[in-house]
Ligand binder design. Structure first.
Ligand code: SAH
Ligand code: SF4
Ligand code: F3S
Length: 450
């Protein structure tokens, strides 16, 4: 019998891609492959790609270039591209890159085993990038065999919004949701294997269930009943679709963590309109006020784009105002990148690179200052922390997450804490994480000696 093939998957992009990579890994493992940590040593190299900004695509193309000598060294090595770049330009890639063997789009990930087989057994180079091949609903029961304490679950795919700058609707297709029954079944199976926290994933998750009688609020309620599950989160919400049913749950449901990612993109109504975001800045701030009324301690995070076509200094100042008014606990800040095929691509990309970078730097400075100030306020307080694992690089502490989704380093925890929610007194804080001591254990930095 031949030795089993080894596999390495390199993942770019969002959590959904991380989830898809996990799924492809499980499928290929079930076919007998073993996992190889070193990319250069693997028989099968799979790159799961992101297309959201030009830079993200460049990273993929440059990695593909670096793989050429590896293929020359061992022509039997299989190289595949999965994900959103595969969906957008897969066919061209296969034509232009002779050392690439196959391309699979986001809707084809469950066929990855057959595609690899086709290459290995028959030398077939191919593209599977058909989108939307199933109906409004779709099924994708979990395959994960070694679940972690905190797990992600994709509950829907696609996006129907078509914000004018965004490639996602083109590479992920229309919204389609899995059934509550199937998802809750997944959660129960994960919890039986030790998972304590689930984060539901969808590009536009508030409209989960569209086209059926099921809603995100119902999914959260049903998941809340799963015994043994401690925490629930979901991403990503859209301000227009964040209804009162969802907002009020933050005040009512104990397991729903008080943290919400609610991108606003711009503080200027004129820019929001050109982005086709379907809300005004005032409407966004009203949602924030309602969320804080329902749950005063809620941590809010957001995405922001600076330098969208036509963004003036005044427009940009309005973005700065929203940042300083809301005081986000985390913000992902981007300069606008034109994506071929989107509506905004036809607008003139008229904000210079220098101005974009300058604006980005100002938003970064402001948000970092706010985050650091807010994190420091937590010093002396107690955080409820779900301990996930030992810090792998340094082995000096255990790390987990607070209810607000902040990374917390626990200096005196032990292996028995993994998978448990413990009270941690915060003693240090900076712009990226909190540090402290488990209150029910001796206060020594003991992990170092493990
Ligand atoms: N579905 C989510 C996430 C989409 S992608 C949402 O609706 O928020 C994540 C973020 O990337 C977006 O929120 C946006 O801030 C940013 N983004 C998307 N397209 C972009 C582009 N063309 N240029 C710069 N940033 C972009
Ligand atoms: Fe893109 Fe807008 Fe859909 Fe988010 S809601 S994925 S930004 S089109
Ligand atoms: Fe990127 Fe595709 Fe996610 S474009 S952000 S990997 S949906």
């Amino acid at each position: 019998m031949d030795a089993p093939l080894s596999l390495h998957i390199k993942t770019f992009g969002c959590q959904m891609n991380v989830y898809d990579s996990g799924r492809m890994g499980e499928i290929l493992k079930a076919q007998g492959m073993t996992y190889e940590e070193r990319l250069g040593e693997a028989d099968v190299i799979l790159i799961n790609t992101c297309s959201i900004r030009d830079k993200a695509e460049h990273k993929v193309l440059s990695l593909l270039g670096q793989l050429k000598p590896l293929k020359e060294k061992n022509p039997k090595r299989v190289i595949g591209v999965a994900g959103c770049v595969g969906q957008r330009i897969g066919r061209q890639l296969l034509q232009r890159v002779p050392h690439l063997d196959f391309v699979v789009g986001p809707d084809g990930i469950d066929h990855v085993g057959e595609l690899v087989d086709g290459v290995v057994k028959r030398g077939e180079r191919c593209v599977d990038a058909k989108l939307d091949t199933d109906g409004r609903s779709y099924s994708q029961p979990l395959l994960s065999t070694a679940p972690k304490v905190a797990e992600y679950i994709t509950v829907m795919k696609g996006c129907d919004h078509f914000c004018t700058y965004c490639i996602v609707p083109f590479v992920r297709g229309r919204e389609k949701s899995r059934s509550i029954q199937e998802i809750v079944g997944d959660v129960e199976r994960l919890v039986a294997q030790g998972t304590k926290e689930v984060t539901f994933l969808g590009q536009n998750i508030n409209t989960y269930g569209k086209g059926s009688a099921e809603t995100l609020a119902q999914l959260i309620e049903r998941t809340h009943e799963v015994r043994g599950l401690e925490r629930i989160r979901y991403v990503t919400s859209h301000p227009r679709d964040m209804g009162m049913d969802l907002i009020s749950q933050f005040g009512n449901l104990e397991k729903l963590c008080p943290a919400l990612h609610l991108p606003f993109q711009s503080g200027s109504d004129a820019v929001l309109k050109r982005m086709s975001r379907l809300y005004t800045s005032a409407e966004y701030l009203k949602k924030i006020a309602a969320l804080r009324e329902a749950c005063p301690d809620i941590a809010l995070s957001a995405d922001v784009i600076v330098g969208f076509p036509g963004e003036t200094d005044e427009d940009f100042e309005q973005t700065m105002t929203v940042l300083s008014e809301v005081r986000f606990s985390l913000a992902f800040l981007f300069t606008y990148s034109p994506r071929p095929g989107t509506k905004a691509y036809e607008l003139s990309d008229d904000v210079s690179r220098e101005v974009k970078e300058e604006r980005l730097a100002r938003t970064m400075k402001l948000t970092m200052e706010i985050i650091e100030e807010e994190n420091r306020k937590r010093i002396g307080g107690i955080e409820s922390v779900l301990v996930e694992s030992i810090d792998k690089k340094k082995g000096r502490y255990f790390f987990g997450r607070s209810l607000h989704n902040k990374i917390v380093h626990v200096l005196n925890a032990g292996p028995a804490c993994v998978g448990k929610v413990i009270d941690v007194e915060v003693t240090e804080a900076n712009g990226s994480n909190l540090k402290g001591y488990y209150v029910d254990a001796e206060r020594i930095d003991r992990v170092a000696s493990l």
